[in-house]
Design a protein around this ligand. Sequence first.
Ligand code: MN
Length: 240
Amino acid sequence: MKILVSNDDGIHSPGLLALAEVAAQFGEVMICAPDAEQSATGQAITITRPLAMHPVRSLAGFNAWRVNGTPSDCVALGLYKWGGADLVLSGINLGTNLGNDVWHSGTVAAAKQAVLLGVPGYAFSQAAGPDEPNYSQQKPHIAQVIEVLLGSQPAPRLANINLPPNPHGLRWTHQSVRAYNGKVVEAHDPMGRPHLWFSAIPLTSPDVNSDRWAYDNGYVSITPLRLDLTDDAALRNLNA
Ligand code: MN
């Protein structure tokens, strides 16, 4: 099995290497990741300038490439360069991608890009704290998730996985779409110039069996996703 590994935190993220090491248990691995952080770039692709793809020789012996583009660019170029793959894994993101994060996430977008190109894509994220995550502790859980997903009949094409710090089980979940405050904070830089930060902070508590609920309760959350955003209920209503 050919497994392409990408992320949105960049080629030097420790989470990328950890995911590649787990992927190597399942097949042949190629890494293709952004040369700089691309978090929260969503599904963006680069169309106004050419892209470059350079080999990276110092990534634990992996066949690794860096691209001056977005996660979606990396998946497209990686699949092109490798002549396709059987699976694309994205992450492990330094930070969770729960609920509405899915809209903004470059990590999830890389998996979505894989599905757009006909390859199953699974995105992995975990909490980011002041210390680097304990990957040796998390890796068996990631391997278990990949086993469970690939062993499902039929295997989901697209999945978003979030790992709490010390998981005690897996849960199939739905995306929690909560009201979000879209808070804008104004401040000043050291030169006195005004600047702004936009942050998306959830407002209400998560519903049971949602991704955030599972994460809050110490479970690995696995959310099968689809690309079709059609509001079926609204469509039925409009057609009635
Ligand atoms: Mn990220």
